[in-house]
Design a protein around this ligand. Structure first.
Ligand code: PMP
Length: 403
């Protein structure tokens, strides 16, 4: 289509959305499909949060707000960083946007010049490279292998940095791998970054509260305080409070960057909807008891999926340390023949096969920059996950070696 802007040419629609659409299309033909493509908590938003939005609207909080967010919400975000992360930020260091995604988009829009590079350790959240490309930047995607625990090492980071590097993205607990970094591992990365003062750091901490095996969360900002002047901490209410559809994210960082991001926001969407900000305020300042309840459910499901996958020959899944995904290695399935006679050439073929034959929707690892894997979302009922694993086991068992 000739009217589409050139900058969109290299940008792909979200792969997890695409997987979900393929699942819906198959379901529309009458097939009972289990959709483990999209990742969002399956719990309802706690009622006191929904009621806060309702009350705010009735009170007349229905007007534009300050672009960076209401003073009350920004104060609550600052307090959250103090209480939960031991970080000290003032109201001018904080901005609120329509989801962590818009925070990241605003940050890139505010900083990228054409040709600037962003280091996105692979496997990465699918939207990172697409946003970078959309805004004129160049994604640099060093591989963080399963053997390295899907973690960026100082050596790999050093090799990826060039004079054009503008950003390093870190995401822990990570989507899709669930990997986390110890404070020492973050500090080792920090030592490399100290040598390259042109590099900004974006730490996406949206899965902070979904962390397993008794691990305590350490913010990158806490581990590397010497980098505070060029670190943007990204977070939001979507995952912690089962609020994906409310679209509220926030960030803390150096005031000049926050100011530039706020300018982008003020000229694009003005602000987050006022009642949604009231809901986020209630989430951050109200009872926090949903957090351990959600975490326990996600950890139980992680265990269920890890145990199930361990019994399927040809699949590998080191236990994810956090988040709600299983990033399953499928190298041993590549080259196998399906009952219909097709040969599985790559992880896209594996994912398509699992949908067509197993009626389970997943997202191929190629979408996250590391193959051959496929990602299942484990944010769904235990019974559904058990059935999905059984279907995958049957589909894998039906594969044959090629001669
Ligand atoms: N970052 C990561 C790593 C994510 O997985 C997601 C959601 N899938 C987001 C950001 C987006 O969060 P939000 O819903 O707040 O935009």
């Amino acid at each position: 289509m000739s009217y589409v802007a050139g900058r969109l040419a290299a940008v792909k629609p979200s792969a997890s959305m695409a997987a979900s659409m393929a699942a819906k299309a198959l379901r529309a033909t009458g097939v009972d499909v289990i959709d483990l493509g999209l990742g969002e908590p399956d719990f309802p938003t706690p009622p006191h949060i929904a009621e806060a939005a309702h009350a705010a609207a009735l009170r007349g909080e229905t007007l534009y707000t300050a672009s960076a967010g209401t003073p009350a919400l920004r104060a609550a975000v600052a307090e959250k960083f103090r209480r939960e992360n031991g970080l000290d930020y003032g109201p001018d260091d904080i901005v609120v946007a329509n989801g962590a995604k818009q925070i990241i988009f605003n940050a890139l829009m505010a900083t990228l010049n054409d040709g600037d590079e962003a280091i996105l350790p692979a496997p990465y959240f699918v939207s990172y490279p697409e946003m970078v490309k959309l805004l004129g930047g160049v994604p640099v995607t060093p591989i963080c292998s399963a053997e390295a625990g899907f973690r960026l090492t100082p050596e790999v980071l050093e090799a990826a940095i060039t004079p054009k590097t503008k950003w390093l993205f870190l995401n822990a607990p990570g989507n899709p791998s669930g990997a986390v970094y110890s404070a020492a591992e973050m500090q080792a990365l920090g030592a490399v970054l100290a040598k390259h003062p042109q590099v900004l750091i974006l730490s996406d901490e949206i899965y902070e509260h979904i962390l397993f095996d008794g691990r305590a969360f350490v913010s990158f900002g806490k581990a590397c305080p010497e980098l505070k002047g060029r670190t943007l901490i990204v977070n939001g209410v979507a995952k912690a409070y089962a609020m994906t559809g409310w679209r509220v994210g926030y960030a803390a960082g150096p005031a000049p960057l926050i100011k530039a991001m706020t300018t982008v926001q003020s000229q694009s969407c003005t602000s987050v909807a006022a009642p949604m900000q009231a809901a986020a305020l209630a989430a951050l300042t109200g009872p926090q008891d949903c957090i351990p309840v959600f975490k326990a459910a996600f950890e139980r499901r992680r265990d269920l999926v890890v145990a199930g996958v361990a019994k399927i020959p040809g699949l590998t899944l080191p236990p994810p340390e956090g988040a709600f995904y299983a990033y399953i290695g499928c190298a041993d399935l590549i080259g196998k023949r399906t009952p219909k006679g097709e040969v599985l050439a790559d992880d896209v073929a594996v994912s398509n096969y699992l949908l067509a034959e197993g009626h389970v929707s997943s997202v191929p690892g190629s979408a996250y920059g590391l193959s051959p894997f496929f990602r299942l979302s484990t944010a769904t009922a235990d019974t559904v996950l058990t059935e999905a694993i059984a279907r995958i086991a049957r589909a894998v068992a039906a594969l044959r070696d090629t001669e």
